[in-house]
Write a protein that binds this ligand. Structure first.
Ligand code: ATP
Length: 509
């Protein structure tokens, strides 16, 4: 996680409350909950599945389907792909994942816990050579408690990542969950790829991996796509799908999971066009996250410093992260999407590893030259995106029966409208059901005839439904319904035969 430490006000929302609402209303459940769950895996319930689908559909529509104008003024050409999760293991040797997809880890001899060294922070009290206190990055509460117990004032401490601390000083560190100092081991490498075996025999030669990113499926198919479609550089390939990483310390709800979905674009360009396309994608992707509802101060674009860049990006156009201030990272931010210039690293690596080398260079007809295209990669996470939408939408409001409502944009809202008969008699259910059937041909609509109207509004507020239409005792006579708007709670009368148009104007689709 990249958490930068801006000093703005923390988002005043409680993660515990958000997690509780997600569980209560069926946005997100723990995977295998009836068996006590499984760490790092999450299921999306009826509302969550719709929300996440809306985010993924919007990405696909706005990236693959809709026309964007590029920095050269021409339409941006992007095609879709759906490659497998398990690939020939040579893919992961070529990409560097088998050898290098490691994060330095530290073990705690006292608690047997394992942590990613770059995700542990250490508080060192000023002066002396006494104890140092380790805590997980993004968990300011745990260090506050620990220091209070040790009677150390946080303001007098210097906070540094564990990776900046000399191994000789580890004897002074009290691990994140430990009571004694000196129980953390030296950082060691640990491979994050999930392994499996293909076929009936669990033989070393049959070893394969669940993909840790969707990107390599794109690179490995670059030549197939060029040969079978009319794409010419500059163009992109987009893919959306599951990725798996055996994260050592999954945490912060779905933010760091072991199974998650990515939305990745590899955009292939001429080597000399990197800067303009990098800037284009950085700005386009940032504007996209704003368009789906993360428009306020909680979203930021952070350009990496040169020393943070991956080895292949050091000489390139740059890398930036689009970050969101989650309640658990505040006042810092956590990464939603990385936009990076990967140069020709991946295509060259695959060309070399498959033994064809320069024969796989791309032939640029316009320029009559051969080269390996450079790549700008906007790589986003659908689960972190969904979590950011949930955190952003969560709006406490004591004046409402539900005490909270979810302020999703209409495009992201899982349910676009609800239809209620005021009471379950006098012909109202018949009119309501007819309207419900008409509207659900176009949108996700909820029909609800149970409980008081106030309770029904409260349920829809928690689901983030923008509009509720109520058929009452007057409807049969005046052929009109009452529409209630979620954010203002204002109500107005709309003609029954205008409801579909009314909704289309407000939620689209
Ligand atoms: P981090 O530094 O937080 O581990 P990363 O830089 O390794 O992330 P990338 O490899 O760039 O992440 O992956 C692209 C995107 O995939 C991230 O921006 C994030 O949205 C998503 N992602 C990566 N790891 C996870 C995870 N463990 N759980 C959920 N989403 C993830």
């Amino acid at each position: 996680m990249t958490t930068s430490t801006e000093t703005q006000q923390p988002a005043a929302k409680s993660m515990d409350d958000i997690v509780a609402l997600c569980r209560r209303r069926g946005f997100i459940f723990q995977s295998s909950e009836i068996y006590g769950g499984i760490n790092g895996f999450w299921d999306y319930g009826p509302l969550g599945a719709l929300l996440k689908k809306n985010l993924k559909d919007a990405w696909w529509q706005d990236v693959v389907q809709q026309e964007l104008a590029g920095p050269d003024g021409r339409p941006v050409d992007i095609v879709g792909l759906d490659s497998t999760i398990i690939m020939n293991p040579k893919v992961w040797e070529a990409s560097g994942h088998v050898a290098g997809f490691n994060d330095p880890m530290v073990d705690c001899r006292e608690t047997k816990s394992r942590y990613r060294a770059d995700q542990v922070m250490v508080a060192t009290p000023a002066g002396g050579d006494g104890a140092m206190y380790a805590f997980p990055e993004g968990d300011p509460d745990s260090i506050a408690k620990k220091l209070k117990k040790a009677r150390v004032d946080l303001d007098t401490c210097e906070i540094r990542p564990l990776t900046d601390i000399a191994v000789d000083d580890f004897t002074r560190i009290i691990g994140p969950d430990a009571t004694e100092a000196g129980t953390l081991t030296e950082p060691r490498q640990f491979n994050l790829m999930f392994e499996t075996h293909i076929g009936a025999v669990r033989h070393e030669d049959a070893k394969a991996y669940l993909r840790p990113e969707t990107a390599q499926g794109i690179f490995a198919n670059f030549w197939n796509v060029v040969d079978t479609s009319r794409v010419r550089v500059p163009f992109g390939i987009a893919q959306l799908g599951k990725a798996f990483r055996n994260e050592v310390t999954p945490r912060n709800f779905t933010f760091r999971s072991r199974e998650f979905e990515q939305m990745e674009i590899e955009f292939f360009i001429r080597p000399d066009a990197a800067e303009q396309w990098y800037a284009f994608w950085r700005d386009t992707r940032y504007a996209w996250w704003q368009s789906v509802g993360l428009a306020g101060d909680n979203l930021q674009l952070r350009e990496h410093d040169k020393d943070e860049l991956a080895h292949y990006a050091k000489e390139g156009a740059g890398t930036s992260d689009i970050e969101y201030r989650f309640p658990f990272t505040a006042p810092g931010f956590g990464e939603l999407e990385g936009v990076s210039h990967r140069a020709d690293y991946d295509l060259k690596a695959h060309a070399t590893h498959c033994g064809k080398g320069d024969k796989l260079q791309y032939f640029d007809q316009e320029r009559n030259e051969r080269y390996f295209p450079h790549v700008i990669e906007p790589s986003a996470g659908a689960d972190r995106g969904t979590l950011a939408l949930l955190c952003e939408a969560y709006t406490p409001d004591d004046s409402r029966a539900s005490k909270v409502y979810m302020k999703f944009t209409p495009r992201m809202a899982p349910i676009k409208a609800a239809v209620f008969p005021l009471v379950n008699k006098d012909g109202m259910p018949e009119i309501a059901e007819k309207l419900y059937r008409q509207l659900r041909k176009r949108w996700m609509i909820q029909y609800d005839a149970k409980q008081s109207i106030g309770k029904r509004y409260a349920r829809m507020d928690e689901a983030g439904t923008p509009y509720c239409f109520t058929i009452d005792g007057d409807t049969a006579g005046d052929q009109a319904v009452t529409v209630r708007e979620r954010d203002t709670q204002s109500q107005e009368r709309v003609a029954l035969d205008q409801v579909e148009k009314y909704l289309a104007e407000r939620v689209g689709g």
